[in-house]
Ligand binder design. Structure first.
Ligand code: BJ8
Length: 425
């Protein structure tokens, strides 16, 4: 890191001592989880660089945008429509919330028996250790789960927050409510930026975000073949980085990576032996730098071939219709696309069960690992139905409930080993 960044971090109000400790902890973890992998695609070098420079150039870009009068809008959930933010010439940035580092800071205020994702995100703000939060002019929260919803109320004491109401059902009245929330969000963003969200702006932003979705879909499709040409860890990292990198640059880098990985497929090259157990992970999102489960599985001889998760297929599966039209028509198309996200906050949520079974088939998964962050009650309860749906199809399931700490590493290792042993028969 250059000294220029230190000045920038200081200007952003970062607690430099804590921040040094955070950045000091990352390289050995990354070395162990990522750089030690063999036969990685060359295209991953860009993503290695992004992680190595995690609070550097990208923060500088956002800060430059802010100094030029632009706005930065931070989010924690794939329900927040980026298209509207981009259409107003603001920059959306998905905040990370995947590290144990910020959890004890959050526990000074939040109850301990809260999901790690909530505590991690809150701790980043409370401890002033995330330059992305500090750069942002607005955090957009949502009502997807009770813990998050109430955390955002407290977060609003420290940072400007807008909360979108995500309904809990997919009935017509819920859809109407959500359309209203999306329309109101346009007003919030216009007020923040002073820019009007026009039909042209929305069409341009929709096309751009769809391009990123298509690029990620393309990457995921390469994981359906055997032997798999890219590790699950690498694919997860690409998705994680896509939340905060510049959208156009991300599209270009992911497509370049796909060119290379598709070349591997044509040459029959894989990163794991063809008979390595293939695992679909389903459940709670894995915000950067949460690589815990992937690392565990892939160092036990399995390969993760897909994530049915908001840091996976739920982030990019559906496109917004690019039909143009009036601002109202486009907002409606945007709202309707986001209502297709099958988060466990919905009841009923049978579409998610169908997705899991379909993805297990498409990705030739030998087993599914249901990943549940401790104290995430929606996913934990929905896992009961996931288990039944998979049992009907004869697909083995392992349910993992964990947090960001390493305290349960030994126990998880034993359970993963036993699961893989069972799959290998
Ligand atoms: S659309 S999955 S990103 S809410 S914070 S629900 S882990 S207890 S993150 Fe999510 Fe949006 Fe849904 Fe996706 Fe559970 Fe924790 Fe709540 Fe969480």
């Amino acid at each position: 890191m250059t000294t220029d960044y230190r000045q920038m971090w200081a200007d952003l109000g970062i607690d430099l001592e804590r921040h040094d400790a955070l950045l000091g902890a990352l390289p050995p973890i990354y070395q162990k989880a990522y750089l030690s992998q063999r036969n990685r695609p060359i295209g991953m070098q860009f993503f290695d660089f992004v992680v190595g420079d995690i609070h550097g150039i990208r923060v500088q870009e956002l800060r430059q945008h802010a100094m030029n009068g632009g706005k930065v809008v931070a989010t924690y959930c794939v329900f927040v429509p980026e298209e509207i933010v981009l259409a107003a010439d603001a920059i959306p940035v998905g905040l990370c919330a995947g590290t144990q580092f910020s959890v004890p800071i959050a526990e000074e205020i939040l109850p301990r028996n809260t999901c790690a994702l909530i505590k991690s995100s809150f701790g980043f703000k409370l401890g002033r250790i995330c330059p992305y939060v500090q750069t942002s002019h607005l955090i957009v929260g949502e009502t997807t789960c009770d813990g998050k919803k109430k955390m955002f109320e407290i977060l609003a004491e420290y940072h400007p927050v807008h909360i979108m109401e995500v309904p809990n059902k997919k009935s017509q009245s819920s859809r109407d409510l959500w359309r209203g929330e999306v329309a109101a969000f346009k007003g919030v963003i216009e007020k923040l930026t002073g820019n009007e969200v026009t039909g042209e702006g929305l069409a341009r932003a929709t096309k751009l975000v769809n391009e990123r979705r298509r690029a990620l879909q393309r990457l995921y499709n390469t994981r359906q073949v055997r032997p798999v040409p890219i590790s699950g860890k690498d694919a997860l990292l690409v998705t994680q980085v896509s939340f905060y990198d510049d959208v156009a640059r991300c599209v270009q880098q992911v497509n370049a990576l796909c060119d290379e990985v598709e070349g591997r497929i044509a040459a029959g090259e894989g990163v794991f032996p063809a008979d390595a157990p293939r695992i679909l992970i389903s459940g709670s999102p894995m915000a950067i730098p949460n690589w815990k489960l992937h690392h565990l599985l892939e160092t036990a001889g399995a390969v993760v071939v897909c994530e049915e998760s908001c840091t996976g297929t739920r982030a990019f599966s559906d496109l917004v219709a690019e039909n143009g039209g009036t601002v109202q028509e486009q907002l409606r198309a945007i709202a309707d696309r986001y209502m297709q996200i099958h988060c466990a906050c919905f009841t009923p949520n049978d579409e998610r069960l169908d997705d899991i079974v379909r993805l297990a088939r498409e990705y030739q998964a030998d087993g599914v690992v249901h990943y549940n962050l401790q104290f995430c009650h929606t996913y934990a309860n929905e896992a009961v139905k996931v288990e039944r749906a998979l049992a009907e199809e004869g697909i083995p399931l392992l349910r993992i409930e964990t947090d960001y700490s390493d305290e349960d590493a030994g126990q998880l290792r034993a359970r993963v080993d036993a699961f893989l042993e069972m799959i290998r028969g």
